[in-house]
Design a protein around this ligand. Structure first.
Ligand code: MG
Ligand code: MG
Length: 255
């Protein structure tokens, strides 16, 4: 069932989203050559704690996962696409780092992701980051009242195709509200003018994951969580929680 939110609920989700944005900024600040991935989790945890927010990631165990997720952020490095676990592995010069974070504040959820480089960036990684961010921007711009869910999917897909990037089949965005994952599923591919009608009060997490190798296949690490490209190519992931409103798309996970 798809829940349409009141304006008061969207305002509350904006506060949850702001905490997510602050936590992501903190992970970016904490990152650097030689820094263990776990330090990014600690930085995000400190922001959530200070805001009085809970993590919807910590202890999360969907059907595909063999163990509950052990952190408040996913950290996915280089050929890892998403769902990476922040371990003691230390960041190296030139690493491409995707961080995904959620927060629950006063009963409402926010969910966002960003990708950045550490040390000296590879030009190809900067291009991949740019394409993935543009795919998100296009998806957000298509989250317009009167449109259809397929408009968002098609907008994301168009940018991914132009950039000759693959996207992991089966993974996409989602409705969001009192819990992090709600209906509807937001595919990263679709046909414009099709699917669930977009109307004021619909809240969605839009999240393109682009793989530079151009294929849509991925594999899952033995840890049961980390999604990785099969060809060793690198991946980037950007996500915002967005509300469809009569005044246009409202991004809830900005600082
Ligand atoms: Mg997320
Ligand atoms: Mg999400």
């Amino acid at each position: 069932m798809v829940e349409i939110k009141t304006d008061a609920a969207l305002d509350a989700m904006r506060e949850a989203g702001r905490v997510v944005a602050r936590a992501l900024a903190a992970t970016r600040e904490a990152a650097g050559v030689g820094v263990p991935l776990r330090a990014l989790d600690e930085a995000a945890r400190a922001v959530l704690d200070e805001a009085g927010a809970r993590s919807p990631f910590l202890g999360y165990r969907p059907s595909f996962a063999p163990v509950p997720f052990p952190a408040v952020v996913c950290v996915s490095v280089n050929d890892a696409v998403a769902h990476g676990i922040p371990t003691g592995r230390r960041l190296r010069d030139g690493d491409l780092v995707s961080v995904d974070c959620g927060a629950l504040l006063d009963g409402w959820a926010g969910d966002a992701a960003t990708t950045f480089t550490v040390g000296t960036p590879r030009p190809a990684d900067l291009a991949l980051i740019d394409a993935t961010r543009r795919a998100l921007d296009a998806g957000v711009a298509a989250a317009v009242a009167g449109g259809r869910l397929g408009d968002i999917s098609h907008a994301v897909d168009t940018v991914a195709r132009e950039a000759r990037c693959g996207m992991p089949a089966d993974f996409g965005g989602h409705g969001i509200g009192r819990s992090m994952h709600e209906d509807p599923h937001v595919p990263n591919r679709g046909r414009p003018g099709r699917g669930f009608p977009l109307r004021h009060g619909l809240a969605l997490a839009i999240e393109p994951m682009l793989m530079a190798g151009g294929r849509d296949v991925y594999r899952t690490d033995p840890d049961g969580w980390t999604l990785r490209t099969t060809d060793g190519s690198r991946a980037a992931h950007f996500e915002h929680t967005v509300a469809v409103t009569d005044r246009g798309p409202r991004v809830l996970t900005l600082l």
